[in-house]
Ligand binder design. Sequence first.
Ligand code: PSV
Ligand code: MN
Ligand code: MN
Length: 385
Amino acid sequence: MIDFSPVLDTLKIELPSWAFGNSGTRFKVFGTPGTPRTIQEKIADAATVHRLTGLAPTVALHIPWDTVDDYAALRGYAADHQVALGTVNSNTFQDDDYKFGSLTHTDKTVRQKAIDHHLRCIEVMDQTGSTDLKIWLADGTNYPGQGDIRGRQDRLADSLATIYQHIGDEQRLVLEYKFFEPATYMTDVPDWGTSYAQVSALGERAMVCLDTGHHAPGTNIEFIVAQLLRLGKLGSFDFNSRFYADDDLIVGAADPFQLFRIVFEVIRGGGLDADSPVALMLDQCHNVEAKIPGQIRSVLNVAEMTARASLVDVDALTAAQEAGDVLGANAIFMDAFYTDVRPALAAYREERGLPADPMAAFAASGYTETIVAQRVGGTQSSWGA
Ligand code: PSV
Ligand code: MN
Ligand code: MN
């Protein structure tokens, strides 16, 4: 049996709190019995994913969706459930004031409001022990001429510089990019190059966040991964998968081979080494499928493609590449991808006291029945609230 401990023992995948709430499309958000009503219930569900997989020890917060009075107490609550609070995601996209932008807005008052929100997020991080502030902006324009592209970049740089001054020595700022949506003509951080240019101007604790769903169809994402690792600026991933747009589907569901190729470059660039700055996070929503199993499946998909990518015989690959053996090199790469690692991963889990099949273990655990019976009344949490 293959020993995957070198690559899996240090693997950690952060779960997004919002994956446990209801979500949907602009057409309908479906409710599901047992859906969390509070951040505490989301953390309890995330802790269940970690208990069954051993791979998801932290939970990301979205502020203000996960606002509480006492973040230190929330940190304690998470610790009692054997998980920790992770990345704090800022949200400057659901307030009327941000109709024409937040950190890029022409109105200084609105810009300051958006900056203050980020400073508040840093205060939250101080109390939760979180190290990463993740910024994704909905800023952008819908029509040519609507905004001054250059001026918006300049204001963005100024706003980010102000926020960065408040980032602590042990903290980081990660800037996520997205090529469209909600803006449809241009977004202010559309691509890795813009994110890289903006964070490079800030300093070494500012990095790029790569969300796998935020690229045009056909984009070679593993190339971006390789480049950012080479530049020392890949701070984190938001993992999910997509067929058409920013679908936020289960990572590895739409294109397992793409996930394999991405993880191969992560390993190649040292992104899974013990001292690596690369944080792996899921950014997903479960619209019609069950949420906790959806997260378990996601974590297992990342582990499975990590295990497969670690099987690439790098010495043989390098030799084939240098000999100009095109088909030989490709075959070495594909051999690893086509290897079924599931029995070895089941054995790996059992050796660590984890269920061989976490999906089956969850189904048999009675957890769903318990939360459906207990979580009665109140308002179910949903994406955006
Ligand atoms: C935007 O599409 C995004 O990927 C950002 O990371 C947001 O914070 C997140 O989705 C919310 O699901
Ligand atoms: Mn994202
Ligand atoms: Mn997204």
